[in-house]
Design a protein around this ligand. Structure first.
Ligand code: DGL
Length: 272
């Protein structure tokens, strides 16, 4: 195992969604090198079986371990739901953080009047009941309303996050939530923060706060690295290297637009 503080942080998702986590980590930890894997050949994960998602996730984890990362961030709720334990087992002693835990922590920090939490996510995440388990471990009194929104990931991968089609799809998915008086709505898929402002607009005039786990997982990463004395103090500014399993040009376009910076490296890797 590497415990070199100059080693990169490994972050992964099925596609571009995990870049919402990358952006928050870059802001929180600007001196850290980051290696990102986006499984663009096999996205979306959220409509696949637990076994398939687990298989893909272990392949990516092994790839990141070969790159000698000092920590792994699971920037995919569907993977957190399907393969959290397996990833931790095969990565040990490299520490692992995941977005479901981060989203849970973030939502429980918010003010709580009605004890109602809404969750939107992929079919895999919502079907697994992972958020219910995670939230009820700390706060069994919470009422949880969840809904799968499978059309949002293809829209985000297409870059259609801010047009009338996205708005219409969001309105359909979110309609049931409006009357629920929720304290928070957790964006339980890392692609969904790309629609955050549209979703916030939808809840304008209600007391529902929209939560994404990216800032929370970035803060958890900072604490973890500090506690383990793994913060990179040598680097002037962190490098960002990306690996995808297909269509690098499209990924590069969306990634550079979203992050507002050039990628230092982008390679195709096919995993088995
Ligand atoms: N962004 C991922 C998540 O958080 C995966 C979405 C997908 O590939 O369906 O669940």
């Amino acid at each position: 195992m590497t415990s070199d503080n100059r080693a990169p942080i490994g972050i992964f998702d099925s596609g571009i969604g995990g870049l919402t986590v990358v952006k928050a980590v870059m802001k929180q930890l600007p001196h850290e090198d980051i290696i990102y894997f986006g499984d663009t050949a096999r996205v979306p994960y959220g409509i696949k079986s637990v076994e398939t998602i687990r298989d893909y996730a272990i392949q990516i984890t092994n790839f990141l371990l070969e790159k000698k990362v000092k920590a792994i961030l699971i920037a995919c709720n569907s993977v957190s739901a399907a393969a959290n334990e397996q990833i931790r087992e095969c990565s040990s002693p490299v520490p692992v953080l995941d977005v479901v835990e981060a989203g849970t922590v973030a939502s429980l920090k918010e003010k709580n009047i009605n004890n109602r939490i809404g969750i939107i996510g992929t079919l895999a995440t919502v079907g697994s009941g992972t958020y219910e388990k995670s939230i009820h471990k700390y706060a069994p009194e919470k009422n949880i309303y969840s809904k799968a929104c499978p059309l949002l990931v293809p829209l985000a991968e297409e870059g259609w996050v801010d047009n009338e089609v996205a708005d219409l799809v969001l309105q359909k998915y979110l309609a049931d939530f409006k009357s629920k008086d929720m304290d928070v709505l957790i964006l339980g898929c890392t692609h969904y923060p790309l629609f955050k402002s549209n979703i916030e607009d939808f809840f304008t005039g209600t007391d529902t706060k929209v939560i994404d786990s990216a800032i929370s997982i970035a803060e958890m990463t900072s604490k973890l690295l500090k506690d383990k004395k793994l913060l990179n103090s040598q680097n002037e500014s962190g490098k960002f290297e990306c690996f995808v399993s297909d269509k690098p040009q499209r990924f590069q376009l969306l990634a550079e637009r979203f992050l507002g910076k050039k990628l230092h490296r982008l390679d195709i890797v096919s995993l088995k």
